[in-house]
Design a protein around this ligand. Sequence first.
Ligand SMILES: C[S@@+](CC[C@H](N)C(=O)[O-])C[C@H]1O[C@@H](n2cnc3c(N)ncnc32)[C@H](O)[C@@H]1O
Length: 308
Amino acid sequence: MDEKPPDICTAYLAPDGFLPELVQELGCGVHTLGRLALCPGPPRPVAWAQNVWLNPRCIPFSSISEAVRLLKALGPRWTLYDEHLKRRGRARLIQERVPGPALKPLVFGAPPPNAALGSWTLLDETTLLASPACSSPFAHGRPVFSEDKTGPPNRAYLKLWELFTVLQARPGPGQVCLDLGASPGGWTWVLARLGARVISVDKAPLAPGVARLPGVEQRLGSAFGLRPGEAGPVDWLFCDVICYPERLLALARRWLDAGAAANMVCTVKFQGRTDLEIVRAFQAIAGSRLLHLHHNKHELTWFWSASP
Ligand SMILES: C[S@@+](CC[C@H](N)C(=O)[O-])C[C@H]1O[C@@H](n2cnc3c(N)ncnc32)[C@H](O)[C@@H]1O
């Protein structure tokens, strides 16, 4: 890692615990401030970033009120990243005096906030690093949902809520969804509640309350035994099976080659070392995106769509 921050850069915020993955993905020339990685050059589509500061700039200031004035002139709302600061008092005094992010939890289905949210930090006591534009509309790329504590059988539903909110796309009523590795049924629960027809495949059963939802058909068996197209063409293929990433890549390619799904969402789960080659292989699939959702653990979400 370099000693000094690069002059012109993009800043990438790693998900908690995944800075090594982000640094590996970015390659050389990275300077880190906590889990914020500063890099020369324009923004790149990296997977292991929770939020990307698209146009950060270094701005000298001499007083707290001047810093507040400079931030307000640069953008309407700001969020402070201060995890790396040894003394946070000065930064927090500045943040208290600028408009911050929306604090109300998001109700699933509502669009993400559309007012720009900038991110900033202190490089030292008299220098701001501030980016008025960021890739995520949420503070530090972390959407906070108004959760459902009674309906779904686990918290996996939050991954789909987050993905559909970020993409602003989701299965519509009557669309056919194949949910591979569906048990106990958090994803099936989300899809059924959207009015989709869900074929849920797993070796283990769905939670009874999910299996009974209208539109849900449960099939006990292996996700890998099902040939693409066997269940008819599907609008959305979901796969959350715990398996080696290579096996998942082969499954995704089989479905792509067969043209049997219009959209695909797969969780790429890593065990031990994160394999950058597999990350690159998923990223190289045309029309797809690989991202780390806030609700992902040591895994990435791959999304592909036949429509541009
Ligand atoms: C992380 S859990 C899925 C959670 C689910 N998406 C939800 O929202 O509740 C992974 C699932 O993959 C299933 N699984 C593992 N190997 C499988 C296989 N070969 N075929 C089908 N399901 C499999 C497991 O039984 C387990 O239920």
